[in-house]
Design a protein around this ligand. Structure first.
Ligand code: 173
Length: 322
């Protein structure tokens, strides 16, 4: 069969263009809502290193940085609108857009199970609708929150105390009688130093990153909930990626999420470090401790259900221990 030379040339040129387009490296903008190189940014930073190593010539992430570049409570909106392509954040930082995201803190099952039991798929729809996002990997789990204080308490009662919060702690601390003030992590040190607050909520790890141990006298045990920090990608960005680019991202995401349970080792290390720093533990034991934790979960779920009755009830079935 005979083809005209010009037709053959056209086909070759078009094929060449398509090839060039699919081979073109794409660069995504990445931001974290925690200070750079601190505990809750580290998983994201390792994820970026892996993407940039595996994705040479295919996909790269330009790391813009943390709260110096953008206030943490604005990261959700920046992700939704595509100002950034990929973000490291906790659900409590974007409840303005998606109140249900704060329910991640109430999971009592590992993410592997929540991905199997339908809980992840249920949340994924809400991420798509409300955040124009896709949750790629939860790299922090098995990491309880605690109350840290500058004054002691002797019973499960926070009356008369003013505590720094985010949405994570609001309902629980208020149910125990505390007055609350919301701040970004970057403002905690100054609030403690000026005596604006008598303590703060924070997970078991990371209080040394921003120097809070200097101003912290007591930690209340037991811990409650399970801190969540995740990598989320803008859905419009995701939809533009070719299969090879998506694979680099999903492989790195699975790799980092699989390491989330290792947080437990870090928990132990920071418990020892807090002890060495002279932070005293106020421990509610036995029935009192169980009551403290029950109150935390009851207040937490009541808060989620109030914000989002229908989704809240479903999420409780997927997330809570039966
Ligand atoms: O206390 C906080 O700022 C907060 O909500 C949080 C959530 C997850 C990890 C670390 C902090």
């Amino acid at each position: 069969m005979l083809y005209r030379f010009s037709t053959i040339m056209t086909v070759m040129v078009l094929a060449g263009l398509a090839d060039a387009a699919s081979a073109q490296e794409i660069a995504l903008k990445g931001i974290t809502s925690f200070a750079e190189k601190t505990f809750y940014s580290r998983g994201f930073e390792r994820f970026i290193e892996k993407v940039n190593a595996d994705g040479k010539g295919v996909i790269q992430i330009n790391y813009i940085g943390g709260p110096k570049a953008m206030p943490p409570f604005e990261v959700g909106n920046a992700l939704k609108t595509g100002v950034v392509d990929i973000a490291n954040a906790t659900g409590a930082f974007y409840t303005n857009l998606m109140p249900e995201a704060d329910a991640w803190k109430l999971t009592e099952r590992p993410m592997a199970e929540i991905r199997k039991n339908g809980g992840y798929a249920y949340m994924a729809k809400i991420y798509e609708q409300k955040l124009n996002g896709i949750l790629l990997a939860r790299h922090i789990d098995s990491n309880p929150f605690h109350i840290y204080l500058t004054k002691p308490i002797s019973k499960v009662d926070l009356t008369g105390l003013k505590l720094r919060i985010t949405p994570v702690y609001r309902d629980f601390f208020q149910s125990l009688g505390a007055t609350v003030v919301q701040t970004a992590p970057g403002e905690v040190y100054t609030a403690l130093e000026r005596g604006v607050v008598d303590g703060y909520g924070w997970p078991i790890t990371g209080i040394f990153d921003l120097g809070w141990h200097e101003k912290t006298k007591y930690r209340v045990d037991p811990g409650f909930y399970s801190a969540e920090v995740s990598i989320v990608i803008n859905k419009s960005t995701w939809d533009k990626l070719n299969p090879a680019q998506k694979k680099v991202i999903t492989d790195a995401a699975a790799w980092i999420e699989a390491q989330a349970s290792q947080t437990v080792k870090e928990n132990e290390a920071d418990i020892a470090k807090q002890k060495a720093a002279g932070i005293q533990v106020i421990e509610f034991k036995g029935a009192e401790g169980a009551d403290f934790r029950k109150k935390a979960y009851d207040a937490g779920w009541a808060g989620v259900l109030k914000q989002s009755p229908e989704h809240g009830a479903k999420l409780r079935e997927f997330f809570a221990k039966k």
